[in-house]
Design a binder for this molecule. Sequence first.
Ligand code: GLY
Length: 583
Amino acid sequence: MFNSHKAPVKKLLAATLLLTFLSSNTSTGDEEKAPIINYKTRFLPEIGKNGMVVGPEKLAAEIGLSILKDGGNAIDAAVATGFALAVTYPRAGNLGGGGFMLIHRQKENQQTLIDYRETAPLGAQSDMFLDESGKVDRSRIYFSHLAAGVPGTVAGLLSALERYGSLPLEVVIKPAIKLALEGFPVSYALNYEIKSRAKRLAENPEAAKLFLTTEKSAPPIGSIFKQGELANTLMRISEKGRDGFYRGLTAQLITEEMDSAGGIINSKDLDRYAAIERAPLRQTFRDYEIVSTPPPSSGGIHIIQMLNILEELDLKGMRLNSAKYIHYLTESMKRAYADRSKYLGDSDFVHVPVTELISKKYAKTIGKGISPDKASPSKTISPGDVQSHESPDTTHFTVADRFGNVVTNTYTLNFSFGSHIAVPGTGLLLNNEMADFAARPGVANAYGLIEGQANGIVPGKRPLSSMSPTMAMQNGSPILATGSPGGSIIITTVLQVILNSLVFDMNIASAAAQPRVHHQWLPDTLRVEPGIGPDTIDILEQMGHNVATSSRTLGRTQSIALKDGWLYGATDSRRAGGHVASY
Ligand code: GLY
């Protein structure tokens, strides 16, 4: 018995060794050597040469890839993916929300950012979400028609395409129309996403009609999910461009719904909405340059601020996710989020001391207060004293093309399925982005973030965001493009992917897979993902950190690393359904 078992085991071992030898040594002679970064690791990226789309949902990522294969550039593919996700990924893909698109154009060696964040309607008032006792009315700010900001997604995608795309709108939007019209099989992930929000969706008859069965449950896995009204809205956009959304029938349906249900977005709000092209923020981190979002996102400022604080420490010597490393990471996070609470808002409306906040000098000043072995309680940390020299559930995807262009895009309805309110006749969900304003400065928002007057509600103003599509550059070319959903968690998630890639030399799949931590100053809690060991947690607690381990994961990155002409993609394994499409 013993021997007869042993023989096959030996054979298997020999075959495995032979295969390993062949796979590492066989050469067809004509292949280019793909220098797989850190091959000896448990997590491996997907590899591509000519084009790649990494996103939260497979059909939309494949649509982006087909645009690349048909000769489109990264911007064409990103716009096609953005429209397709509005169909296939309704929890966060959207026409009714807003976001930020960071673009690298290789030939021009230029990075630019399209800000298509929602705006407060003209009828908005600073106290519109306070009840008679002055408390924030959570149901009004999260789940009413008033919760919606003026949508920016259509203007943003169209503006990116007009300025930097190479294909006509009808070509890039066509696959989304087809998917909405003909439907597609409900995946495990879509069924799960709708199921987990079914109760709330059922409260709005229009949302229930769009997303639930007659028994008010999620459409079964494998059933065909069609969205005829959304297809019509997309067709109007295809035919008339921005007028197909911000004017005409779509605008009329939105304003009629607002009028009938106590909302305040009117035709003037829609007509005047404009995406804004902005210069991204830049700062060096060791031999690299970090390029990220400016206000009205807080993301770029705080990623850079934390990197500035951490830059001169021997992070590699501390070792990834050791107690000492997590301690320094946490202390930098606390200080950055304390500043967020005071200084950040829409810089078109309030003064945000951006240059000072991202300066190395300022990081040195606030970094001085960090003890090497003792946590600073959040109550002892106040927003830093910035000396101004001047007279404020989301999803992500990343695209790279064979021309060297890269696009990394985060957009959102805020909560998963936004306000859970759909506009009759349009197939679109309203965002609840007004909740990202400080409804009452000093009171925590949906993400527990405390914000100040800089982020108060003003008509036409953009609410402060944490969305952080970010690139790391080396010698002028992107070597990493990444971003994540997660509200306040986005910023620390992106930070850790950057550190894992640039400091710990991990391939992008490993960089994404490592357990993450998050601290946002208030509440004074260090959240750690499963995978941070119990001994490490003990040491952190001895240092004075209030550690909370939860089974809830932190962020969900969609990233591409670029090296030696190869593309390495990783969709975060923390949630189901993500996909790397490449060729
Ligand atoms: N709605 C989440 C964010 O913009 O940060």
